[in-house]
Design a binder for this molecule. Sequence first.
Ligand SMILES: [Zn+2]
Length: 173
Amino acid sequence: MRVLLLVLSLFFLSLSPVRADVLDDALADAWLMLERAGARLDGARFGVDLTAYRDALSVHRFRSPHWGGEMTLDIAVRAAAEGDCARYAAYVRMPPENGTVTLVICPQFTNTGTRELRALTILHELVHVVAGPDECRAMSFAAEVEQLSTRRFTNVERYWRANGCEGSGFRLP
Ligand SMILES: [Zn+2]
């Protein structure tokens, strides 16, 4: 058992720098996409405060019109695919606690998918971070940023329908 534990801990030790890189790349890519979308991005159309959104992504501290007051973004990386991490690649714990909004990064985020998908996931989750739980808002905003910055957007039609977004007032690009 002790040998197995040692092997396991070595395995995780050897993985951790890779995980950090993957997350850093996703955050940097999401930032770049937001910058490329530039002034054409109309946050008000989505009910997303762009100043708060940019601050959350860049300095992890923002003033939230949705949650009210100064908020800190905490990013927690989970090593085990259990609890909500059994179902999601990443999720935001809502509502915030003690002025802190926590974005949880699950193993599925780092171990599967593409670099593009990870950046899109960050863009999506950050909408929850600053503007709350509405899935249709998060999907339409992330798709808009993707469309403006790369001139294409990932097909999220299945999730769009599953969340009943057709009648939400939000739309995909
Ligand atoms: Zn979501």
